[in-house]
Design a protein around this ligand. Structure first.
Ligand SMILES: CC(=O)SCCNC(=O)CCNC(=O)[C@H](O)C(C)(C)COP(=O)(O)OP(=O)(O)OC[C@H]1O[C@@H](n2cnc3c(N)ncnc32)[C@H](O)[C@@H]1OP(=O)(O)O
Ligand SMILES: N[C@@H](CCO)C(=O)O
Length: 413
């Protein structure tokens, strides 16, 4: 059963400046200019994050990135047999703050509060849960805003990363934690791409993956996904304030938030379903505005809101680097193709899709489940929320993941 679609046909918020106006925020009430970038820098609030230096990472596309650091959070306790560790991998604009309140260093409460915690489907009374911020990200792990060896931010010099590079860094984190395996690796969307890559690269590197949960993901990025991402990348790169990625010395409000905001609007539309956008917003004007006289429809205001919100909390360079890593994702690269790679996965596997996902099509999930030898048939969530269903439909997703874990529980837990 899908969650009820909330009514957000708001009636306030007369538009005086556009969300993407470089001088200011989305609404007349916004008084703070957008930051240059929302990238975490050394010295910024840490919250409950920990950091591990994983050293130099040899990159799949060539070259080496020195001095890589990963930020991560943990919950629960590693047991004596060390067989209760769970790795949770976030999506494109997520971070290590899987669960817990908004706090210093984290503007929002955890993005999977209903999934991870004491008594939750991923029960932190039972499991030791680890969540890293992705390599290339902007919430504590090494990314384009981090200092290069010359002390200046990498900026436009930051190299292209692949999903495999991100997992290679996470393998080093695993070793640094003294673990030789995960009971479960779970991720959705970009996190699902990493989870799949983990299922192949982890065992190759001597890190066992007993169980795998891949949600709203794909074994290879599709032409459609590449197509949707292309205008997002173009929007950021063609923002004059992007300055080829070297904007970290810009004055507050003078960063590439216009391009980043447009990218988010395109992406966010693909994260939701046509049915939901029509049911929620339809042709309703935003309160007090008249689309016939330069005003907006409510759905335009909604997208402006999400654009402004992301521009305040995310770094445009990281958005580019992570998006490109998703575009080049191919589990089968140098492994004889995707099907051969899927057949090599030894983990007991749960694959979950959202039936209205128009970005990560359910058929891609079905394909994963068909070829992974120990996969159960793909579970289809019924939801009008589209791809973002994995962030909303906890009433369905929780029991699915909880049941899978209880069937695959290690003896010691
Ligand atoms: C692993 C990860 O992916 S972590 C990253 C997850 N977080 C994000 O993606 C951040 C962006 N947020 C979202 O995409 C969504 O909020 C989700 C997926 C987390 C939750 O979805 P929903 O509960 O359906 O939220 P929804 O999409 O309706 O957005 C609600 C926001 O839109 C605003 N909104 C709704 N209608 C309008 C409108 N007509 N005009 C302006 N703003 C509007 C709400 O006020 C609310 O604002 P707030 O979030 O600042 O409080
Ligand atoms: N809302 C999610 C969708 C991408 O999977 C995010 O921003 O990360």
């Amino acid at each position: 059963m899908s969650a009820p679609v909330p009514d957000t046909r708001r009636t306030s918020g007369v538009r005086q400046r556009g969300a993407l106006d470089p001088r200011g925020g989305s609404r007349a009430s916004d008084s703070q200019p957008f930051p240059v970038s929302a990238a975490w820098r050394p010295g910024d609030p840490v919250g409950r994050r920990q950091f591990v230096e994983v050293g130099a990472v040899e990159l799949e596309a060539g070259g080496v990135l020195p001095d890589v650091t990963l930020a991560y959070e943990t919950w629960g306790t590693l047991n004596e047999r060390r067989d209760n560790a769970v790795l949770v991998l976030h999506a494109l604009t997520g971070d290590s703050h899987v669960t817990g309140p908004a706090e210093e260093g984290h503007l929002s409460a955890g993005w999977w509060q209903d999934m991870v915690g004491p008594g939750a489907p991923i029960d932190t009374d039972r499991y030791f849960v680890v969540a890293p911020n992705v390599f290339g990200g902007c919430q504590g792990s090494t990314g384009p805003a981090s200092p290069a060896p010359d002390g200046a931010p990498w900026g436009g010099r930051f190299p292209m990363l692949t999903v495999r590079d991100q997992v290679a860094a996470e393998i080093e984190l695993t070793r640094a934690l003294g673990l030789d395996g995960w009971h479960l690796v779970v991720g959705a969307s970009m996190g699902g791409l990493r989870a799949l890559e983990w299922a192949v690269l982890g065992p190759e590197a001597g890190i066992a993956v007993e169980c795998l949960t891949v949600i709203a993901a794909t074994a290879q990025s599709t032409g459609d996904q590449i197509a949707w991402a292309h205008p997002q990348l173009t929007a950021i790169r063609s923002d004059p304030r992007f300055r080829d990625g070297d904007y970290y010395d810009a004055a507050p409000g003078d960063g590439p938030h216009v391009g980043l905001g447009i990218a988010r609007q395109i992406a966010h539309t693909t994260y939701r379903s046509a049915v939901e956008l029509d049911a929620r917003f339809g042709r309703i004007p935003q309160g007090g505005e008249d689309p016939m006289r330069g005003g907006r429809f409510a759905v335009q205001s909604y997208l402006d809101h999400h654009a402004a919100k992301l521009a305040r909390r995310f770094d445009a360079n990281s958005y580019v680097v992570l998006t490109e890593s998703m575009l080049t994702h191919d589990l089968g690269r140098d492994r004889g193709g995707a099907v051969t790679a899927l057949r090599a996965v030894t983990a007991r596997t749960l694959v979950v899709a959202v039936d209205t996902d128009r970005l990560f099509l359910p058929d891609e999930s079905v394909r994963i489940a068909e070829h992974v030898p120990r996969a159960e048939p793909a579970t289809m969530l019924r939801s009008d929320f589209g791809h973002d269903g994995f962030l909303v439909e906890f009433g369905q997703l929780g029991p699915v993941v909880g049941d899978f874990l209880s069937r695959a529980r290690p003896r010691s837990t």
